[in-house]
Design a binder for this molecule. Structure first.
Ligand code: SF4
Ligand code: SF4
Length: 202
């Protein structure tokens, strides 16, 4: 069977035409790059009108706005926290650790008027474990636990991903624990004395 060689004939003007076509595309993008797109959120009506121009941002000097309902880093406004433990109980990944101590004195109210009866010597949230489900903020009775718009908080040391929200220094925490233990002892002694007095009167 005779084979026929297929010859591609490329003339000088074909090369020029091909080069011109490629370079015109490059130049058109180069010129459009002078029009920078502004950092707008996808729901902004101008978002899809900005078709040409650089799409990359000078992060961190520029950033795309985050949506209002975005779920990012948690914050606990500890003065409004009643240390009820609901957030820790509902958390599916156990990344909230709370230690509570009963107050022996009046420690005031939260901004919504709820009486505070507990201190929180430990209120830690491990954001490295958090799956950003938002359940903890949903159950919080005083709305003190919120998800902030802060999303850029990477750390070299993973231990720094644990956020501490305690309202006490270690010394104050120890003092409150001792005060509570002392109050318990005094109450137990008073109860025992009352029982003994009741028995002796019979
Ligand atoms: S957002 Fe979800 S995973 Fe993160 S702390 Fe709250 S309940 Fe836990
Ligand atoms: S649910 Fe709210 S009030 Fe209760 S411990 Fe958590 S942050 Fe505090």
């Amino acid at each position: 069977m005779e084979r026929t060689a297929v010859k591609h004939k490329t003339g000088f003007w074909d090369v020029v035409k091909s080069l011109g076509s490629g370079l015109s595309l490059t130049w058109s993008h180069f010129l459009k790059a002078g029009n920078r797109r502004t950092p707008e959120y996808v729901s902004d009506e101008n978002y899809f009108k900005q078709k040409d121009g650089l799409v990359t941002l000078k992060y961190p000097y520029e950033a795309i706005p985050v949506p209002d309902n975005g779920r990012y880093r948690l914050h606990n406004e500890i003065d409004d926290c009643i240390v009820c433990d609901l957030c820790a109980k509902v958390c599916p990944v156990n990344c909230i650790t709370i230690e509570s101590v009963k107050a022996t004195e009046d420690i005031g109210t939260t901004s919504d008027g709820t009486k505070k009866r507990l201190y929180a010597p430990t209120f830690d949230i491990d954001m490295a474990k958090c799956c950003y489900c938002g359940l903890c903020t949903t159950v919080c009775p005083t709305d003190c636990l919120t998800m902030t718009p802060v999303y850029d908080f990477s750390e070299v040391d993973i231990k720094n991903m644990v956020y501490h929200f305690t309202d006490l220094t270690p010394e104050q925490a120890e003092e409150k624990k001792q005060m509570f233990a002392k109050q318990q002892e005094e109450m137990a002694a008073a109860k025992a004395a009352a029982l003994a007095a009741r028995k002796s009167n019979k």
